[in-house]
Each structure stands twice: as structure tokens, then as C-alpha cells.
Design a protein around this ligand. Structure first.
Ligand code: SF4
Length: 344
């Protein structure tokens, strides 16, 4: 859905932490009214983009992200899998296309792709493009040269999350720095790909940290096209397994402020939807979330059944957003596959 003609022409990239904290602290109804008004100025409020993600390489990641069951430092019972063969990935992409997908996304639990991996992921991108699908990947940190190689292969979107504020970041990850992450986002942009970047709420961070994460995202030279806002999934065996419950309204507040700061971006409900009831989903859509993951698995954590999402859409009068790809015919009942997620 394109922005209506009434949408303001300029987007801000100079938000102060204080301004964002003040938004987060607004009375709930005032915040939701403001966020929803912005949402309506830029998007059809009754459309939600529907996405899914194929894990092309699962587990055994050397990084220590404290929320992640794919880290090899934590015993979560996850069975590690090697990089999938290109043919198998393309068979999944073909199946996705047959079920109406226009975009196909692939995630690998790596610190960063190794030189020996690149020919395979490049072949996957090319194969997905040859099927007439848009392509997305999340593979960890990228060098400038790797970003260029992926862009030249035709990769449309790259996901790399900032996770939390610069100040809280060290509590969650020690094996890569915040500036490493910003560097990867810069390489992705410079190579001409679209950016998907967001974070996780509920890791014990303060409201000021949530403001810090949103400030980093909103003050990037260009807003990410997709902004996944994850709610921590407390996985047994990870350091954050016993983290305290998050006030659900604080999650909705984060969605609403993301919508206000990055009005033209898709704000995505990602990990943690399993523990959100229908009312919370509906509030999140009102607050400005307009993208979800659809399917049985979101990498390795449970995701609500797709048909439950469709049933709720019907009750709320929401339609899946429809997009067309140059080389693919429009289909009547599309599912959409998109990059992003919990990992990286
Ligand atoms: S989030 Fe990504 S980089 Fe961090 S441990 Fe998990 S798979 Fe590895």
C-alpha cells in the first residue's frame, strides 16, 4: 500500500532521547491516538503485510546473544543443522511461490558468512530471483565486499537487528559490538539493498533503553524499510530464561513510538507473538504494527498458527497486504515471505 497523498513529505532523523522518552511516557490513549493518526497518514490501517522465514542454517552459532537458542554457548536442546543445500532451499522457495508468495527469506545462524559459504548463498539468491520472487536474507555481520556481492546477486532485503540501546547492549551480547552492527547496516545501504532492522523488548532493559533503541533506528540516515519489534521469548537454557514478565502495555507503547518515529516503515510484530492474545494483537495493529510473521515456526521459536492469524484478520476486517513483483504474476491468495527476525 502506498502512502496516501496527505502523508508529510519529510521524515525526521534527529530525534532526541528526551523526546522519545516523553512519547513513551504519554498517557496510553494519547499515545495510541497519535500513533494511529500517523499510521493512517502513511498506510491503509486495514492492511497487514504477512511474512515468513526459512532457516537455511540452524544453531551452533558462536555468538553469545543472551536471548538466542541458536548460540552454541547455551544448552537449549536445539538440534543444529548445516547449511541447507541450494536445491532444497529452492524447492522450498518454489513451494512458497506455489502457495502465492512474492518474497522469500532465508536466515542463517552465523557470526558472519565465511568465504566458503558465499557461493551457496549467492546461488540461493539467484535461484530465488529466477523463480520471480523477491529475496531477503539474514546471515549475521557483512563486510562491504559481501554486501556488494549479495546486492549484485539480486538480494533485495537484508535483516540485521540492533537489539537494544547502545548502553544496555553489553548486558546482552559481548561477542560483537554495537558499532559492528551499525557498520553492517551501513554496508547493506551502501550496496543498495533495503534494510530490515529492529530490536527486542523485555530483556530487562529500561524504558530509557527502549527509547535509545528507537532513537538509533530512527536517526539512521534512512529509516529501515522494515522495523521488527520482538518480544523476548524466554527459552530454557538461555541466560534470559528467567527474565521477569514484560508489561504488555510497554510492548504496545514501543510499537506505537516506532510508528511515530518511522512513519513510512513497516513495523513488524515478530518473535513473542505466541504469548500475545488476540486483544494484544489488535492493539498492536491499532498502534501501528502492519507486518507479522506467518507460519508455524519463526526460526526456532513457536509462532501462532497461520490460520489463527487469518481468522483474527477476518474478525478485525484486516487484509493481507498484496504486492506485485516485476517478473511474477499477481496471485489471488498470496502469502508473503519477508526477511527479518529474532536472529542477528
Ligand atoms: S542472534 Fe544470531 S548471532 Fe546471536 S546467537 Fe543467535 S544466531 Fe547467533
Amino acid at each position: 500500500m502506498n502512502a496516501p497523498a496527505t502523508a508529510p513529505a519529510t521524515l525526521r532523523h534527529d530525534w532526541s532521547r528526551g523526546e522519545i522518552e516523553a512519547l513513551l511516557a504519554l498517557p496510553f490513549n494519547d499515545l495510541l491516538f497519535r500513533a494511529h493518526s500517523v499510521h493512517r497518514a502513511y498506510f491503509d490501517p486495514n492492511e497487514v503485510q504477512v511474512s515468513t522465514l526459512l532457516s537455511i542454517k540452524t544453531g551452533a552459532c558462536p555468538e553469545d546473544c543472551a536471548y538466542c537458542p541458536q548460540s552454541n554457548r547455551y544448552d537449549t536442546g536445539l538440534e543444529a543443522e548445516k547449511l541447507m543445500e541450494v536445491d532444497k532451499v529452492l524447492a522450498q522457495a518454489q513451494a512458497a511461490k506455489s502457495s502465492g508468495a512474492t518474497r522469500f527469506c532465508m536466515g542463517a545462524a552465523w557470526r558472519s558468512p565465511k568465504a566458503r559459504d558465499m557461493p551457496y548463498v549467492v546461488a540461493m539468491v539467484k535461484g530465488v530471483r529466477e523463480l520471480g520472487l523477491e529475496s531477503c536474507m539474514t546471515l549475521g555481520m557483512l563486510t562491504e565486499a559481501q554486501a556488494k556481492e549479495l546486492a549484485e546477486a539480486g538480494l533485495d532485503y537484508y535483516n540485521h537487528n540492533l537489539d537494544t540501546s547502545p548502553e544496555y547492549y553489553g548486558e546482552v551480547i559481548t561477542t560483537r559490538t554495537y558499532s559492528d552492527r551499525l557498520d553492517t547496516l551501513g554496508h547493506v545501504r551502501e550496496a543498495g539493498m533495503k534494510v530490515c532492522s529492529g530490536g527486542i523488548v523485555g530483556m530487562g532493559e529500561s524504558q530509557r533503553d527502549r527509547a535509545g533503541l528507537l532513537q538509533q533506528l530512527a536517526n539512521l540516515p534512512e529509516h529501515p524499510e522494515s522495523v521488527p519489534i520482538n518480544m523476548l521469548v524466554r527459552v530454557e537454557g538461555t541466560p534470559l530464561a528467567d527474565e521477569a514478565d514484560l508489561d504488555p502495555f510497554d510492548f504496545i507503547r514501543t510499537i506505537a513510538v516506532a510508528r511515530i518515529l518511522m512513519p513510512a516503515s513497516h513495523v513488524r510484530l515478530s518473535a513473542g507473538r505466541e504469548s500475545m492474545n488476540e486483544q494484544m494483537h489488535a492493539l498492536a495493529y491499532f498502534a501501528g504494527a502492519n507486518s507479522i510473521f506467518y507460519g508455524e515456526k519463526l526460526l526456532t521459536t513457536p509462532n501462532p498458527q497461520a490460520n489463527a492469524d487469518m481468522a483474527l484478520f477476518q474478525r478485525l476486517g484486516i487484509r493481507p497486504e498484496q504486492r506485485e513483483v516485476d517478473s511474477a504474476p499477481a496471485v489471488p491468495t498470496p502469502q508473503f515471505y519477508d526477511a527479518a527476525a529474532v536472529a542477528h
